[in-house]
Design a protein around this ligand. Structure first.
Ligand code: RVK
Ligand code: MG
Ligand code: MG
Length: 348
């Protein structure tokens, strides 16, 4: 990776994983709300950022729980080991089942435990009568892999798919994880002191997805290139001079648990929040990204988590307010994972 002048890679690693955790923790209280008052949200963030507000720590959900498993496995094994990751998912789930997991993914954990991990990829293939899950559960946890493979793009593509297939075998499920990984990877390689070329960032994603969305015959949907289509719609929304309306974003890009209707939305949040947004009062584009993602409603923890990973990987750790961080459960653990992943991958 070419050296960046203004920011260390270590800071970007931290920014990425802290961004993930912060989006999940701060977004979770709003998950499944479809009308969120912008004023209430502004006060929520202002209070969390303020030094005098003593609120309880915000708990993380399945998003960060599964990200944690992947990060811990990569650190322990110093490679992607599917069996080890599967074991960690199962252990984590049975230790703390009340983290708000997807309704169906828990079947996989039960099956993996019952078959004693003989085939870690087997149970995922049986989901939804063999169609596989198209949820965003593989995309929401992929960030540590993007860090681990920061200097090997081809390996990242391969491993993002493999890691997804432990739970998500529907093409839009694993392609969503690949797209999220690519977006984090792109952010890691950009200098935040230079103006972000929003359209170029998205055009590069479309170009890369055109190499991924090739074997689409088995897709049970009309459009064989659904992520490219969504990203093109995203570009149109980004081009709007007056800025896209919330309802347009919700209707066109989506805010659901489906990867296809949440991963492009998370990318949009990062790109849209590069410049000011009405009703979000902050000079900090990282906070703006998370606050905007939550304001869209729906799958708030996951969209904020994915947007946070991309934004954190771009702006770096120093852009993330300390007080916001203090409200997140396990914040020290996540910064430690980032530092360890950095140490492993840079000293290779
Ligand atoms: C609760 C029909 C399908 C489907 C298919 C729907 C947590 C189902 C996190 C399923 C994330 C849901 C989210 C989630 C992550 C998926 N046909 N419906 N082929 N594939 N669905 O269970 O890890 O919040 O309604 O695989 O992807 O915060 O219950 O879990 O928001 O998507 O869950 O899919 O979920 P799962 P996941
Ligand atoms: Mg969650
Ligand atoms: Mg969610």
């Amino acid at each position: 990776m070419a050296l960046l002048d203004s920011i260390s890679l270590a800071s970007k690693f931290r920014g990425c994983l802290v961004g993930c955790l912060l989006g999940d923790c701060l977004g979770a209280p709003y998950e499944a709300d479809y009308v969120i008052s912008k004023t209430v949200l502004q006060k929520y963030f202002d209070k969390l950022e303020g030094p005098y507000f003593k609120s309880p720590v915000k708990q993380y959900t399945d998003d960060a729980a599964m990200t944690k498993c992947l990060a811990e496995s990569l650190i322990a094994q110093q490679k992607f080991d599917a069996l080890d990751v599967a074991k960690r998912f199962v252990k984590e789930y049975f230790n703390e089942p009340r983290r708000g997991y997807g309704q169906q993914v828990v079947d996989i954990f039960h099956k993996l435990r019952a078959q004693k991990f003989v085939d870690p990829f087997g149970p995922a293939k049986e989901q939804f009568d063999g169609l596989g899950s198209y949820g965003n559960g593989a995309a929401m946890r992929v960030a540590p892999l993007a860090l681990f493979c920061h200097s090997n793009y081809e390996e990242l593509l391969h491993l993002a798919r493999q890691s997804a297939e432990l739970t998500h075998t529907h093409k839009t499920g694993y392609d969503g994880a690949i797209l999220q990984a690519i977006a984090v990877h792109q952010s890691l390689h950009l200098d935040p002191k230079q103006t972000l070329d929003v359209q170029n960032f998205s055009s590069r994603l479309i170009e890369k997805m055109s190499q991924i969305e090739v074997d689409c015959d088995d897709l049970n949907i009309d459009d064989p290139y659904p992520y490219q289509t969504q990203l093109k719609k995203m570009q149109v929304l980004l081009d709007k001079e007056e800025g896209a309306h919330h309802k347009e974003v919700e209707n066109i890009l989506g805010n659901s648990v489906a990867a296809l209707y949440s991963v492009p939305t998370a990318i949009f949040c990062f790109l849209r929040a590069f410049t000011p947004i009405p009703e979000i009062e902050t000079d900090n584009p990282f906070r703006r990204t998370i606050q905007y993602a939550i304001s869209l409603g729906g799958d708030t923890d996951t969209i904020a988590n994915m947007a946070g990973a991309i934004a954190g990987a771009y702006y770096g750790y120093d852009s993330i307010n300390d007080n916001l961080q203090k409200h997140c459960e396990a914040i020290e653990q996540f910064t430690e994972y980032a530092d360890k992943l950095h140490k492993i991958t840079v000293s290779e």
